[in-house]
Design a protein around this ligand. Structure first.
Ligand code: CMC
Length: 428
């Protein structure tokens, strides 16, 4: 007999089915709730709400588990590469060698962006944050490929949009950086794969040779894998909800970039470094800053700490902490900010405030330290996150489309004024 849940409202009982996932997660299916009872649920921040059924990413926040399509993040970060992980997320299986070569060649074919994009870039002042530029350039693809606006286009046309998104992302990201630096842009070198191509476009200067460093490429590729998907977080839910109106894939991804930008989400990686530098410049008294984070009136939070779903540890943070150590050693970098980070982590993990609330370092806590060691400027940190998250956004957008999900449209409980007669207050 299938399991059910009983809900009693005003003494009247209603029965709802339970849905069980492949890892035995349980949900109460309330899709008939309004019809049966006239009531809605209220769940600010969707803390208890499953918005979809998904076969892409599994995470268990209590056990610190993260898997893409059933493969553990530890295995993928150690043995795979970003393009293979992108294929896995989007198409559901690891590619054969033939599939990998085709996918990677298809991406290389589309790395160039329309020359008019440079005119758009020229319109941005160099003070423009690269995330704003990235979101705008992504959305502009709807103008260059208007056929992408057709929600009923065939799967091979959708494939082309996916390839174009993956191909042009490093170009857009590097150009957003060049705009901030006030430097001329570089064109993609198609002999290079995704990560190395991005590095060369970002750091090569006119008239100078630029050799991509394999240590930097490998570390960055690992970071991109760790960020590639994270089920129904703020930016991914945004991508799915924008896509549910049958908006194009480019506008859905552009919306995802904007959602990621905020300091409580992907923007935290930039804020972590700003915070660590502030602590260093303030004399390095970590205790003082921990106390500030505990004081609700200060408006200050320990950036890079806490997570909506991880309540034990963030497996990505564990891998990144080790990778940060390796990279700093390999590159011979001695970053005083790392010492502050270690002191802060040690003090917070002993402090009852953080222990009771299960606040641990998250993926953003150490990623900034690696990005700095790799020479990535701080305002580009969230762009790095967006580059990594792109395959996840695409996979989730595709799944939403294939499942023919209805338009996302939550309800509300209205708390404003009830009907009142209009009476002019001033002269007009
Ligand atoms: N520093 C101090 N207190 C905190 C922090 C923090 N970083 N995070 C949460 N708290 C407290 C919060 O004040 C609340 O306390 P109380 O129960 O006394 O009211 C309690 O812990 C629960 O916090 P919440 O805000 O209700 O939790 P949430 O699930 O809504 O928020 C979060 C999760 C990640 C937004 C939050 O922990 C936070 O703001 N962290 C700092 C920003 C950050 O590092 N974000 C990156 C997240 S990981 C990358 C990603 O996937 O986006």
């Amino acid at each position: 007999m299938s399991k059910t849940a009983e809900l009693i409202i005003d003494g009247k009982s209603y029965v709802f089915p339970l849905v069980v996932g492949s890892e035995n997660e349980v949900a109460v299916d309330i899709s008939q709730l309004m019809e049966k009872t006239g009531a809605v649920t209220l769940d600010l921040g969707f803390k208890n709400t499953g918005s979809t059924k998904s076969a892409i990413t599994f995470l268990d926040g209590d056990k610190g588990i993260l898997r893409y399509r059933g493969y553990s993040i530890e295995d993928l970060a150690e043995k795979s590469n970003f393009i293979e992980v992108a294929y896995l997320l989007i198409f559901g299986e690891l590619p054969t060698q033939e599939q990998y070569i085709k996918f990677s060649d298809d991406i290389r074919t589309h790395t160039l962006v329309h020359e008019d994009i440079k005119k758009m870039l020229d319109g941005f002042p160099s003070t423009a944050h690269p995330m704003g530029v990235l979101a705008s350039l992504f959305c502009s693809q709807t103008a260059f490929y208007p056929e992408s606006l057709d929600p009923n286009r065939a799967n091979n046309a959708v494939y082309l949009s996916i390839i174009r998104s993956l191909a042009k992302m490093p170009t857009f990201a590097a150009w957003a950086y060049k705009n901030a630096a006030g430097h001329p842009v570089n064109y993609p070198d198609n002999k290079l794969e995704f990560t190395a191509r991005f590095l060369k476009m970002t750091f090569a200067l006119p008239g100078q040779d630029y050799e991509v460093d394999p240590v930097i490429t490998e570390a960055l590729d690992k970071l991109l894998i760790l960020h590639a998907d994270h089920e129904q977080n703020c930016s991914t839910s945004t991508v799915r909800i924008v896509g549910s109106s049958k908006a194009s894939i480019y506008s859905s991804i552009s919306a995802g970039v904007n959602a990621l930008w905020g300091p409580l989400h992907g923007g935290a990686n930039q804020e972590v470094i700003v915070m660590l530098e502030n602590i260093k410049n303030d004399g390095g008294d970590t205790e003082k800053w921990i106390n500030k984070a505990k004081d609700k009136n200060s408006g200050f939070r320990l950036m890079g700490f806490g997570h909506r779903v991880y309540k034990n540890f963030d497996p990505r943070a564990k891998i990144i902490k080790k990778a940060a150590d390796d990279v700093l050693k390999k590159l011979g970098v001695n970053d005083p900010v790392l010492e502050i980070a270690l002191k802060l982590e040690e003090a917070a993990l002993k402090d009852p405030y953080f222990v009771e609330r299960k606040l641990y370092p998250n993926v953003d806590f150490y990623s900034g330290i690696i990005y700095r060691a790799l020479g990535i400027p701080v305002e580009m940190f969230t762009v790095m996150f967006a580059m990594g998250r792109l395959p996840g956004w695409i996979a989730q957008w595709m799944e939403m489309r294939e499942n023919k999900e209805p338009i996302g449209r939550p309800r509300q409980i209205y708390t404003g004024a009830t009907l009142r007669p209009y009476k002019a207050i001033g002269s007009r």
